[in-house]
Design a protein around this ligand. Structure first.
Ligand SMILES: *Cc1c(COP(=O)(O)O)cnc(C)c1O
Length: 389
């Protein structure tokens, strides 16, 4: 008899630095491993299980739809897909949605749409896309090309042409690239996730949005991680008054744990994609879309208020605590710079029954948006004990 860990290590390609922890099930913000040990979950997958594990409303939506129609081609119409698109447009004020299966695909669609917008309007050659250092936009060749992290680029040259990376919070760097010409879009995460949980400065986002508007350059917000209520607003760009991206990509939390991504288009871009220019067999799958409706419909003002309050509580308990250098983030998307090495903290928290994540050299916390206060505090107790050791 081999253990799950052994069989995995033998038969699954070794692309993840996995923690030796085999999970079987959970309930809300609690998870259980094969030995029956209980863990408080401060990761939600990676910002995916936003209403925790086996949330009753989500489960009902998924099971009911699975028993009715689990898939149909996008040559036909389905009610869950239509309803989810309508909800996303109502929440954001954006105009149209393309559905896919992941964050990388949502960004692929954003990149294609930005290039087509420019090509339709200005002809060939205006295809460059500015992204930020420390960004993360996905693992496909185009989204990896967009990702501004040299460490992820070492093995895979040549990359897709036309991406340029600039430092975050430096307007003049964006300006300089724009002046070189040929730029069709600027793409950014309002809170960099994988890059270390770094919110962009408001004056920077405002200035870039203004520059984009003046030059008819599209602003793309990658809300794959920071979207869907995570930061206390529906999308993180909504922390920047007046900023209206032309394209928004999202995924992770969207269907509460089923694979689904979406690319949202504003007034300037809603008609860019036309029949045959883009598609996805599974995109908008009815089970995932029904799951999405059960999630998105519940991310309302009351929930967002709770996210803000829980985020504030979490920060207050961490800031100034022993072993904590600094705390950054927004809402329930928090990065903690610590004296101790993050991998040691993760391992010791796991032993004590708390699951956390890392981002670069920081501790990253992404609990479920509806985590009960009591579990939040119990988790923080463990974290503080380990960080302060
Ligand atoms: C996770 C992530 C992606 C990639 O999403 P996948 O679903 O893994 O393809 C893209 N952008 C950001 C900001 C992310 O956090």
């Amino acid at each position: 008899m081999h253990t799950t860990v052994e069989t995995t290590n033998q038969y699954i390609a070794n692309t993840y630095a996995r923690t030796p922890l085999a999970l079987t099930h959970g309930k809300g913000s609690l998870l259980y491993d094969e030995a029956g040990k209980e863990y408080i979950d401060f990761g939600s997958g990676i910002a995916v299980n936003v209403f925790g594990v086996a949330d009753p409303e989500w489960e009902k939506a998924v099971c009911e739809q699975a028993g009715k129609l689990q898939h149909c081609s996008n040559y036909y119409y389905t009610q869950p897909q239509a309803r989810l698109a309508e909800l996303l447009c109502e929440k954001s004020g954006l105009k149209a949605v393309f559905f896919c299966n992941s964050g990388a695909e949502a960004n692929e669609c954003a990149i294609k749409a930005a290039r087509k917008y420019s090509n339709d309007k200005y002809g060939a050659g205006r295809y460059r896309i500015i992204t930020l250092y420390n960004s993360f936009h996905g693992r496909t060749m185009a989204t990896l090309s967009a990702t501004g992290q040299d460490a992820l680029h070492v093995h895979f040259a040549p990359f897709l042409e036309g991406f340029v990376h600039v430092p975050a919070n430096d307007v003049s760097a964006v300006q300089q690239e724009v002046e070189k010409g040929g730029v069709c879009a600027v793409m950014m995460e309002m809170v960099q996730g994988e890059g270390g949980v770094q919110p962009l400065a408001d004056d920077y986002v405002q200035a870039v949005a203004k520059l984009c508007r003046e030059q008819d350059i599209l602003l793309i917000a990658d809300e794959v991680q920071c979207g869907n209520g995570r930061t206390g607003k529906y999308f993180a760009y909504m922390h920047h008054p007046g900023v209206e991206p032309d394209i928004v990509s999202t995924a992770k939390a969207l269907a509460g744990g089923l694979p689904m991504g979406a690319t949202l288009f504003g007034p300037r871009t809603q008609h860019v994609l036309t029949p045959g220019t883009h598609g996805s067999t599974y995109g908008g799958n009815p089970v995932c879309a029904a799951a999405g409706v059960s999630i998105v419909s519940r991310i309302d003002e009351a929930l967002l208020q709770q996210v803000t309050e829980k985020g504030r509580h979490l920060r207050q308990r961490l800031e100034g605590a022993k072993g904590v250098k600094s705390v950054a983030g927004l809402g329930l998307m928090i990065g903690v710079d610590t004296d101790r090495k993050v991998q040691d903290i993760i391992a010791e928290c796991r032993d004590k029954g708390l699951i956390i994540l890392s981002a670069k050299e920081k501790v990253r916390l992404l609990p479920a948006l509806n985590i009960p206060m009591e579990l939040l505090d119990r988790g923080i107790d463990i974290l503080l004990e380990v960080i302060g050791k």
